[in-house]
Design a protein around this ligand. Sequence first.
Ligand code: FAD
Ligand code: DHB
Length: 378
Amino acid sequence: MRTQVGIVGAGPAGLLLAEILHRHGVESVVVERQSREHVLSRIRAGVLEPTTVDVLRENGLAGRLDREGHVHDGVRIVWAGREGFLIDIHRHCGKRFVAYGQTNLQEDLFAAADRRGAAIITEAADVRLEGTSMVWKNGRVDCDFIAGCDGFHGVSRSSIPAKGEYEKVYPFGWLGILSETPPLREIAYCHSPRGFALASQRSPMLSRYYIQVPLDTRIEDWPDERFWKEIKARFPREWADAIVTGPSIEKSIAPLRSYVAEPMSHGRLFLAGDAAHIVPPTGAKGLNLAVSDVYYLARELAEHYRTGSMALLDAYSETALRRVWAAVRVSWYLTTLLHRFPDASPFDQRAQEYELEYLESSERAQAALAEQYAGLPL
Ligand code: FAD
Ligand code: DHB
């Protein structure tokens, strides 16, 4: 088999790239290690930046998102047992963001691929790259270019020699649950002496909650009752009382890490999304970064096939990294601001409290955070 662009991984990055390329008349083949059911069963991100929504709309992929996504003006930061304060993104930036689950987006992308009979090969075992060919147990595709969209544990990144790697591992993870209960009105980030907690949502009858937990936490030790009791103990009273509890339908733990590989390309191989970088989920940037990488890469590949020029493609890594580092920085900032660090000194704790105090009292500090939460323009 031969194609123009070989895409490794059918996560949001890989499937979106295939769709945008198709609209530009560029053909691709997607090779995925897991089954479609497995990819669709992963519960992950839930907040889409305005630019992400724009990219999906421009490519005809936002029909259900526009009907079912829940539009928000801002996010709330709650701490010190008080009602908290709103980071009002609409007031400061004139933009709104949308709560819409990655699972739904993943379904929309598969549906679009099915409508055009796209080439997506799932359950491909032992995928590896040989130059610009994708090779797996029972197959091979020779390509002009490879897009490594295979996530943090994929194979593509190792084909970039002599890369710089920048990493920060945090001493905690997030325990998340999904429950068929009405969510809180707002997305609320909570700092408390017992650790961080987050109230988020997927739809009017689907809530997503997270709590900070130590890295050695075992899911078996967290039956639903214990989770609800703990999250209510972290939120101030009025917020805790408003949390509607119910049985969880999913529960998982994710460790928190910041990681960037530079450059994001080598010759005719280009990395996009988690294959190149990981951010801690505080700030909900991971999925949005995957979309912005793909936006640049698709545009540059299309330009190459139109004009024969490699100029834009050669600048891909530099272009994408500017936005990547902006998200890495704000995710690190919010993680540091809102979590309880087990090794924090009394000085560190005071400095953290006064950082929160400053953010609560300063319109300008809130405007700066709003700008970063909303995301840079593409
Ligand atoms: P992925 O979604 O990881 O997709 C990569 C795909 O490549 C997968 O389908 C994988 O099976 C496939 N693959 C891997 N290796 C190979 C191989 N060798 N050959 C072929 N295919 C391969 N972000 C947020 O903003 N908020 C959150 O709450 C949040 N929670 C998360 C929870 C978890 C457990 C994880 C892992 C991530 C979370 N993220 C969150 C991050 C966000 O989901 C990712 O940034 C987003 O999925 C990136 O999309 P991607 O397509 O780059 O990578
Ligand atoms: C989710 C929402 C967030 O605002 C965030 O920072 C991380 C995750 C979510 O709904 O999954």
